[in-house]
Design a protein around this ligand. Structure first.
Ligand code: AGP
Length: 609
């Protein structure tokens, strides 16, 4: 989850590197550093935010036109200046930045120290710098020295390496942690993800696992793990620098919530065929025949993507008639999943780089299952390693708390349910009914967002709470889990999401006047059951924030606060119900003075296990 940036070209490197770090700060921000190379190697580190590094660098901009930089999310060693990347070798002439985990670093360090190497940090990364040093002392050039070093490593890496002995090149490599190469005019860039360099170029190359590349002043070359030069296609990014900026909003999270009507439109664009009552999913075209034959679907995901999968489970079982299991990717990959050739495994991932989800996909492929993806980041590893899939087209999601990507994931699940349903028993009229209602979603979401001031007022009344329940049933149970996660991750309040029917099996013991409950109780097929849960809570003095359907006036009587959402099909209600909970969490967070874009302990993309 760290951020890596590199530059080699005709411009001064430092400003470009610092700008890239700022754009990657959402990936990790507990310390940072920059290495500038020409005849010498100048390395500067700082703990804390990137601004601390800028202060240390001062106002002068060195002439160097080649360098690498890093913003860290600590995995090994606390977030101190000594542990900040780039890390150097004993000579101080080699610098390495790394995203990932070197699992055998301890034994490598012991071996290197026994041969006289002196370590200055507690990180796993520093072992790489010393391994490269040894290979170069043995007469290898920087590129083959990096290859030699990486052959000793077990674990994951996305790295960039420079050396004062060969100042006109940057060597990069990836195994398990994303690395993207940016192609400019007479300049080259490297980054953990494209948002760091999109301001300079939209032409990028994604390295695959096991690949390396050498960036020089005359161009670049990509090599496979056995040092053979490979030809890679260049991807033109379909979003702009502007998309990746805040657009005048105080936080990326608010900007991205307000983008949701357009995001839903983009997720459905060209994919709804109302006349034939079906969905057109071009990314599944090549596997449509196999999909017709599957008898089970296993969804693997983490965090919010997992909750989107739970929404999809209800949709697919009810409307496509396919048995669905939704598995936490971090658990699936260590189980003995019983997959057959008629099982499809569907990975849901905004970043397309989540280590546990990627590992689950690889496990499924090993067992011969058809692997699918619902992914937002174009060209990401999961998108490239699954057999087929559907892109969200939600644009870059920078806020650590997933909002627009989550809504897009739920939207794509609705499209998938119609597509698979129409391959099976779903009637033309049902398909048309769903497709017509889906076209209303952007405006319905826009209406909820327009009422955000009322939600803000409610949120501020609960900002001081230390605990909260989120309850929902059926299609809204996953939204209760998602709402609790949002509040947890950006306001640091202990919030638990539960299926409402579970309350009387224990959790209700926690209820008293200081323990509020947000209840999703739209007028749907399980409304009366949920109403009973609300009465059980009120009987014990618990405060109720109800999210219910417009016009449900009785909610004023059984709730302390009410948030209304428009009426829609039961299967589409979770898409609407999620929005007030996103806003609730956002306003609680900001009223507590927290930056919701950079919540403590978190990073946007969990590319380590
Ligand atoms: C959600 O708000 C969190 N940021 C986190 O749970 C996230 O959904 C999870 O890490 C999965 O990420 P992915 O969609 O990129 O795989």
């Amino acid at each position: 989850m760290c951020g890596i940036v590199g530059y080699i070209g005709t411009r001064k490197a430092q400003p470009i590197l610092l700008d890239g770090l700022h754009r990657l700060e959402y990936r990790g921000y507990d310390s940072s550093g920059v290495a500038l190379v020409d005849a010498t190697l100048a390395v500067t580190h700082a703990s804390g935010r990137i601004s601390e590094l800028e202060t240390k660098l001062g106002g002068t901009v060195p002439a160097s036109t080649c360098g690498i930089a890093h913003t860290r999310w600590a995995t090994h060693g606390p977030p101190t200046e000594a542990n900040a990347h780039p890390h150097r070798d004993c000579t101080g002439r080699i610098a390495v930045v790394h995203n990932g985990i070197i699992e055998n670093y301890a034994e490598l360090r012991t071996e290197l120290e026994a041969r006289g190497h002196t370590f200055t940090s507690e990180t796993d990364t520093e072992t790489l710098a010393h391994l490269i040093e040894e290979a170069m002392k043995a007469g290898k050039g920087l590129t083959s020295a990096v290859q030699t070093a990486l052959r000793r490593v077990r674990g994951t890496y996305g790295i960039a390496v420079v050396s004062a002995d060969q100042p006109d090149k940057i060597v990069i490599a990836r195994l398990g942690s994303p690395i993207v190469l940016g192609i400019g005019d007479d300049e080259l860039f490297v980054a953990s993800d494209a948002s760091a360099i999109i301001g300079h170029t939209r032409d990028v190359i994604y390295l695959d696992d096991g690949e390396m590349a050498v960036l020089g002043r005359e161009g670049h070359r990509v090599m496979s793990h056995d040092a053979k030069v490979v030809t890679k296609e260049t991807t033109e990014l379909d979003w702009s620098d502007e998309d990746a900026q805040k657009g005048g909003h105080p936080h990326f999270m608010l900007k991205e919530m307000l983008e949701q009507p357009e995001v839903i439109r983009n997720s459905m664009r060209g994919r709804l065929n109302v006349e034939e009552g079906t969905a057109v999913l071009g990314g599944l075209r090549d596997v449509a025949g196999r999909l017709r034959d599957i008898d089970r679907l296993v969804v693997v995901a983490c965090g919010s993507a997992y909750y989107a999968g739970l929404v999809g489970e209800y949709m697919l079982e009810e409307y496509a008639g396919i048995p669905v299991e939704v598995e936490l990717a971090s658990e699936f990959r260590y189980r003995k999943p019983l997959l057959t050739k008629r099982t499809a495994v569907l990975a849901v991932s905004q970043s397309g780089e989540t280590a546990d989800t990627l590992a689950a996909v690889r496990e499924a492929k090993m067992k011969g299952a058809l692997t699918l993806g619902i992914v937002n980041a174009v060209g990401s590893t999961i998108a490239r390693e699954t057999d087929a899939g559907v892109y969200n087209h939600a644009g870059p999601e920078i806020g650590v708390a997933s909002t627009k990507a989550f809504l897009s994931q739920c939207t794509v699940f609705a499209l998938l349910s119609v597509f698979l349903g129409r391959q099976r028993q779903m009637s033309l009229s049902m398909g048309k009914r769903i497709a017509e209602e889906m076209r209303r979603l952007p405006d319905l979401v826009a209406g909820i967002l327009e009422g955000r001031d009322a939600i803000r007022a409610i949120a501020e009344r609960y900002a001081a709470t230390t605990d909260a329940f989120f309850l929902g049933r059926k299609y809204c149970a996953p939204i209760a889990f998602e709402g609790a996660l949002k509040l947890k991750e950006i306001s640091y309040i202990h919030a638990e999401g539960y299926a409402a029917g579970e309350m009387k099996h224990g959790p209700i013991a926690l209820i008293d006047a200081t323990f509020p409950t947000v209840v999703l109780c739209p007028k749907d097929s399980v409304y009366e059951k949920t109403r009973s849960n609300i009465e059980e809570i009120r009987a014990r003095g618990g405060k109720i924030v109800a999210v219910t359907t417009e016009g449900n006036e009785e909610a004023q009587r059984f709730s302390d606060d009410v948030i209304y959402i428009p009426k829609t099909l039961e299967m589409l209600t979770p898409i609407l119900a999620a929005v007030p909970l996103q806003l609730f969490a956002y306003y609680v967070s900001t009223s507590k003075g927290i930056d919701p874009d950079k919540p403590r302990n978190l990073a946007k993309s969990v590319t380590v296990e």
